[in-house]
Design a protein around this ligand. Structure first.
Ligand code: FNR
Length: 374
């Protein structure tokens, strides 16, 4: 419970307040190819633009005079209670933004008990991230073509205390990212994404078997895995007792199939427009998925969350929790751990104020708010 929103204050910090200014400041700090890698989408960036513009079509209708002097932003997921409905999205190669990468982010997120989803292609190992900060950690899996490597990661995540496994299903091969291709740039090739691989005995032994010359070659070959299908998900369910979420769900029938396969949660996402260009914006995909899922399993959301009021909209449209992506990555580039921490403080204040102004005092009331599209 908190009423911190009553006195709005923002500490002096090199981090600007608004998202557009944060993005600009990050652009000034990062090299052009690093900024481009983080900011760009696939193809003509149609989906990246849709993610942004679609939010403006949804309008909340506040219902007021509801004594909102005491706010409760808690949610429960998979038997855990979290103080806010926010989670940090898996973002690989974070050393690109700051030397401390995932470690700086987890320390900042721990202050707010916000779960951090560590990427398969993270700059640090599962164990290093597990020990960084005391906040909750989840693990994101890019399924590897050599299955034993995937299982090794899942085992390591279990042992390091991960609370959930997120299988990203929209990246069985990399999106055609025109800007990165023009720069001839891959942060994997720069060695920023191998924390988990270089520390994995199973992976290292497969390298020798398939005669890959470098760790980077091995990673690139193994995380391209177009053969991924529902049988893998069913098998993974049997391999671990951790909750399994699928990230990248946009089709309602995939949502139903996931429930059928025993999946524990979904993340409606189009990967921030970085994978298949032209796909539906994430916010437009959400209502139908929430409808067919009908509360059977939690539905999480990402792609386009920039401000507290964005989060409000997707929670009303049926999301149970909300992932933040690019804003924390830029904040990390601008001021490391302090930048992420300041961003989260501002974001949470913005979210609390938005709830108050919308006339709701907890997430249950929030989800019953009126929203119109058009
Ligand atoms: C990502 N995303 C991502 N997703 C994932 O499952 N594994 C990963 O390793 C990465 N890596 C990654 C790197 C960078 C630089 C970005 C920007 C994104 C996608 C991420 O989890 C999330 O879906 C998007 O960031 C959501 O879009 P917005 O809100 O950031 O625009």
């Amino acid at each position: 419970k908190s009423n911190d929103y009553i006195v709005q204050s923002v500490e002096e910090s090199p981090l600007p307040i608004g998202y557009e200014e944060i993005e600009k400041a990050a652009k000034d700090i990062l090299s052009p190819k690093a900024f481009s890698y983080i900011s760009s989408g696939a193809g003509a960036e149609e989906t990246a633009r849709k993610n942004k513009n679609a939010f403006q079509r949804y309008s909340i209708i506040p219902k007021l005079l509801n004594d909102v002097s005491e706010l409760d932003t808690r949610i429960s997921l998979f038997g855990n209670t979290y103080p806010t409905p926010f989670i940090l999205a898996p973002v690989g190669v974070l050393k690109l933004a700051d030397d401390q990468g995932d470690l700086a982010v987890t320390r900042a997120a721990s202050k707010y008990d916000i779960p951090f989803i560590q990427s398969t292609v993270s700059s640090f190992s599962i164990e290093e991230v597990g020990q960084s900060g005391d906040g909750p950690k989840w693990f994101q899996l890019y399924w590897t073509s050599l299955e034993d490597v995937s299982y090794s990661f899942v085992k390591r995540a279990e042992e390091a205390g991960s609370e959930a496994i997120v299988v990203t299903i929209d990246t069985v091969t990399l999106g055609f990212r025109e800007k990165d291709l023009s720069y001839g740039y891959s942060p994997l090739a720069d060695g920023y994404g191998q924390g988990n691989f270089e520390s994995d005995d199973v992976f290292l032994s497969t390298l020798a078997e398939v005669n890959d010359s470098t760790i980077v070659d091995g990673i690139i070959k193994q995380i391209n895995y177009p053969a991924l299908n529902w049988s893998h998900i069913k098998k993974l369910k049997r391999m671990t007792s951790l909750p399994i979420l699928l990230k990248g769900v946009l089709h309602p029938e995939d949502a139903l199939q996931a429930i059928h396969c025993g999946v524990d949660g979904l993340i409606v996402s189009n990967h921030g427009g970085r994978q298949l260009d032209g796909v539906i914006s994430s916010i437009d995909a959400l209502p139908e998925i929430a409808k067919v899922v009908n509360g059977k399993i939690p539905v999480l959301f990402d792609s386009g969350i920039r401000r507290g009021s964005d989060a409000l909209k997707v929670l009303v449209l049926g999301a149970d929790a909300v992932l933040i992506g690019r804003p924390y990555v830029y904040s990390l580039a601008i001021d490391g751990e302090k930048g992420v921490s300041q961003f989260l403080a501002n974001f949470l204040q913005d979210f609390s104020s938005s709830m108050v102004l919308a006339g709701v005092k907890n997430i249950k009331q929030l989800k019953q708010m009126k929203i119109v599209c058009g």
